[in-house]
Design a protein around this ligand. Structure first.
Ligand code: ATP
Ligand code: MG
Length: 405
């Protein structure tokens, strides 16, 4: 079996790295996602490389070849090579000597099969010679890849006990590559150990959750997770009908050719309650951006504003997300269309204009300006001469009030 020929194999940056790491003419091997994705005929994102060379030698050789070496994960034997602006993760073959479910103590190795054995799924443990393109498959990953079967290497329960994050990785990789039901042993082991997810760092959990929600269609996997108590351990807020809510959202994303968005999808599986989503965002240490987006989406879920009015208030992306999440079937495409090729307008009247129209400088100016803006938004952003008309009317009201005082 060979890796299909593809242009990325001829990337001069990759070839320089491969050349630098040859041992007696033997190249290092490409491993993991790149091999898996290339075999599936999908675009290869990152190229990870495995080598029997110890990290110090990897650094020495890269530097001798004038390739920048960054010790990004040196404890686990990972060096990032930066060649011609492209990055490659180079990891020394290793075995995990002790594991506690959260972190592993590793020992470097020289045996490819041993390195394969410490990886999670059979489809993630395929290696390829970058020159001959020969595939090395120690655990029948090719058969599983063909069957779209996401299967742990070895005993599922033991592999999950070694690293609890693998519970979430199971659902992510199944959602991405699996067909049919999830592996029964793996699911049983995941359900059994779900409560251990609590002990993982929130960053690792949030990162996996983000990746799970980014796959083309995570809805069925999310429902299986819910039914098996996986969310209970780290995200008990997830609503009971998360699977169907997510499925409906994904249908709409597909029909409207919208890019997937983690915030929008997370919002679909959480209660419509700003206090709760704030709590989730804080607990999982989500980015400020994600946190404000989630809050906007919860706060404005039941709005009676139009899509454009929402966009004016909370930005185009959030408005689009709210339409995808909440509008009814008939309105969805019309409202989305109203945001296409539309720039959020700006009210062109400023405080100075109101003073020129006779208002006294002071709080009344800001107050009147706000009233003008409210009216202009309520009328869906009319252009001139209507803006001046609104301003005239409201300045007049303000002047009248002023005289009364
Ligand atoms: P993606 O396209 O999502 O990046 P990937 O297969 O490259 O997929 P990574 O999370 O980048 O996944 O990990 C790279 C490789 O490292 C995996 O293919 C797998 O062999 C191994 N790996 C990563 N995390 C684990 C883990 N928690 N347990 C065991 N092996 C792991
Ligand atoms: Mg990867």
């Amino acid at each position: 079996m060979q890796l299909p020929d593809a242009p990325w194999l001829y990337d001069p940056a990759l070839q320089r790295v491969v050349e630098a790491l040859k041992i007696d003419g033997q190249p290092p091997r490409i491993v993991g996602g790149a091999v898996r994705d290339a075999l599936l005929g999908i675009a290869v994102a990152d190229v990870d490389i495995a080598t029997p060379l110890v990290p110090a030698d990897v650094i020495k050789r890269l530097e001798a070849a004038r390739i920048k070496a960054v010790p990004t994960g040196i404890d686990h034997g990972t060096i990032t090579a930066v060649a011609d602006g492209r990055t490659f993760e180079i990891t020394t073959l290793r075995r995990d000597v002790s594991t506690d479910g959260r972190r592993a103590t590793v020992e470097f190795a020289t045996d490819w099969q041993e390195d394969a054995a410490r990886r999670d799924f059979t489809i993630n443990a395929l290696y390829a010679d970058p020159e001959s393109r020969q595939i090395f498959d120690y655990f029948d990953g090719l058969t599983d890849l063909k069957a779209h079967h996401v299967r742990f290497i070895g005993n599922a329960e033991q592999r999950i006990a070694e690293d609890h994050l693998r519970i979430l990785r199971l659902f992510r990789f199944h959602a991405r590559f699996g067909q049919g039901a999830i592996d029964a042993d793996a699911l049983a082991a995941a359900a059994k150990h779900a409560s251990k997810l609590m002990a993982l760092s929130r960053e690792r959990i949030a990162d996996e959750l983000r990746k799970l929600l980014s796959v083309a269609n995570p809805a069925p996997a999310v429902q299986v997770m819910l039914d098996n108590g996986i969310f209970a351990a780290f995200l008990p807020e997830v609503v009971n009908d998360a699977g169907s809510k997510l499925a409906k959202l994904i249908d709409r994303e597909t029909v409207s050719a919208s890019n997937p968005s983690v915030g929008r999808r997370l919002s679909a599986i959480l209660p419509v309650d700003a206090t709760i989503v704030e709590k989730v965002a804080a607990r999982l240490k989500l980015s400020n951006r994600l946190r404000t987006d989630l809050t906007y989406l919860a706060t404005n879920a039941n709005t009676d504003q139009s899509a454009r009015q929402l966009a004016y208030a909370i930005g185009l992306d959030n408005a689009r997300d709210l339409v995808l999440l909440n509008s009814n079937e008939e309105n969805c495409s019309v409202e989305l269309a109203s945001l296409e090729n539309w720039d959020v307008p700006e009210l062109l009247i400023k405080g100075g204009d109101l003073i020129a129209m006779g208002l006294r400088a002071g709080p009344v100016v800001a107050k009147t300006l706000q009233a003008i803006e409210r009216q202009w938004v309520a009328e869906s952003f009319p252009a001139e001469p209507r803006v001046t008309e609104i301003a005239d009317q409201l300045v007049e009201v303000a002047l009248r009030d002023d005289k009364k005082l």
